[in-house]
Design a binder for this molecule. Structure first.
Ligand SMILES: [Zn+2]
Length: 441
């Protein structure tokens, strides 16, 4: 089988196995695996994932995070989660030692279905207009299903892959998790390269933003001023701080140096998440609210830390304080709610550059894929556990879709099929294959 025949066969195989591919992605969506910090419901999904890989003759290992030496002592470990019955799963396909290795790594957990109404039930995995709907369809069960189908394709076609391919499904990535990914790096496998099938809309993201969630709390002086005494509304102070954060967002966009990966893309943002003030269980309030809370998210570029982000925020705060009279009387107390998720980028040494080139070239072998230049992902993810804490650089490349973390999350099925082909080609060209005499091509 020469390379051109492999390309033709992969294309035909994906067409012939369309129904099976859709059923697999749909099944993954139907197995609810919602993360409820500090616990999570990934166990059944992980069992299915492991069983599927065993049925494809992979060498599969399932392990608890508590079994991983050095995990809890690691500086990047977040010590606020519980991991009973939340195993990681990893399978090895092909076993060659002549070629390079490749790891697909993705998270098993999803965020919850939310309170907004869904058009189709959130765990149905139903199809409408070329889209598969459901929580996790896009982030990131569709991408993981594509990796599984890509190895199945190459196995069915008996392509003699020269290296090893691993598929890893980790627990607890949402809500600032990433301990499952760290466990995978400490335990291995540490392949030559990794692909994270997070939704990238078929773009190559060799870098990703970081981000953290912080809570600002305000304590005012509550009551009604019968005697004319001065009261301080914590609600109004909270709103002032919200306006301060919006101003800080504009300031950062103008003054923070933007790394080249994000020059043409979305810049790091400051986002307001929730405001709570007053007694929310009573419709009629009889006094100025005493307490206010504001949760916010700040993104960062590679090299920034959570501590630095907050110290920069305080610096701006003190410069601007004269503009915010209520904050002078009602100072915010700020604390982090999650570990800061670092931004990171792939090391672009000869190997990294070769990998990016291979991935882009493979995209051309799939019909209709316009390979855009690599750029920085407009989101935070667990890629930093690879790029900062392991010898395996990670590229984010996943399917198209929409409404991640919202109602009516969907996976674009056309991109899903293209991605199966794309992954299959990457495996062939990155890991190599053996010719009829057993030499590596
Ligand atoms: Zn995700």
């Amino acid at each position: 089988m020469n390379r051109e025949q492999i390309t033709t066969s992969i294309r035909q195989w994906v067409v012939d196995h369309r129904t099976e591919a859709i059923e697999l992605a749909s099944r993954l969506v139907q197995i609810e695996s919602v993360n409820h910090p500090p616990t999570g419901n990934e166990a059944e999904y992980q069992r299915f994932f492991a069983d599927w890989m065993v049925s494809e003759n992979a060498e599969v290992e399932t392990y608890e995070l508590s079994e991983v030496p050095g995990l809890q002592e690691h500086p990047a470990y977040m010590d606020s989660r519980q991991y009973v019955n939340r195993p990681n799963v990893v399978g090895r396909f092909f076993g060659g030692i002549a070629g390079r290795s490749l790891l697909f790594s993705g998270h098993a957990d999803t965020v919850y279905e939310g309170k907004e109404p869904w058009t189709l039930p959130p765990f149905s995995g139903q199809i409408a207009d070329g889209k598969m709907y459901g929580r996790g369809a896009y982030d990131m069960k569709g991408g993981m299903a594509a990796a599984l189908m890509a190895v199945k394709c190459l196995k069915n076609l008996c392509v003699p892959i020269a290296g090893k391919v691993y598929i890893e499904s980790v627990v607890d990535e949402e809500h600032g998790g990433a301990n499952g990914t760290l466990a995978g790096r400490l335990r291995g496998p540490n392949a030559d390269m990794a692909i994270i099938p997070e939704p990238s809309n078929m773009k190559l993201y060799p870098a990703h933003l970081g981000g953290g969630i912080w809570k600002a709390t305000f304590t005012g002086k509550s009551g009604i001023g019968f005697a004319g005494e001065e009261l301080i509304s914590a609600l109004e102070a909270t709103i002032e701080f919200a306006n301060f954060l919006k101003a800080y967002n504009i300031y950062r966009k103008e003054h923070v140096e933007v790394p080249s990966w994000w020059q043409d893309g979305r810049k790091a943002e400051v986002t307001l998440l929730t405001i709570i003030s007053g007694d929310v269980n009573r419709e009629l309030q009889e006094k100025l609210p005493e307490n206010g809370e504001l949760n916010f998210w700040i993104e960062g570029y590679p090299g920034m830390t959570g501590e630095k982000i907050i110290s920069d925020l305080w610096e701006f705060y003190h410069v601007q304080l004269s503009e915010y009279p209520l904050l002078q009387k009602c100072k915010p107390q700020i604390r982090p709610l999650i570990r800061y998720l670092s931004a990171s980028e792939m090391k672009l040494d000869a190997k990294g550059a070769d990998f990016l080139r291979t991935v882009a070239e493979c995209g051309k072998k799939v019909h209709n894929i316009l390979s855009a230049p690599p750029e920085g992902a407009p989101f935070a993810c667990d890629g930093f556990m690879f790029n900062l804490y392991s010898s395996t650089p990670a590229l984010v490349l996943g399917p198209s879709g929409g409404n991640a973390h919202a109602a009516d999350e969907f996976l674009d099925l056309n991109s899903y099929e293209q991605l199966i082909q794309w992954y299959a080609h990457i495996i062939v060209d990155w890991c190599g294959f053996l010719d009829t005499e057993g030499g590596k091509v």
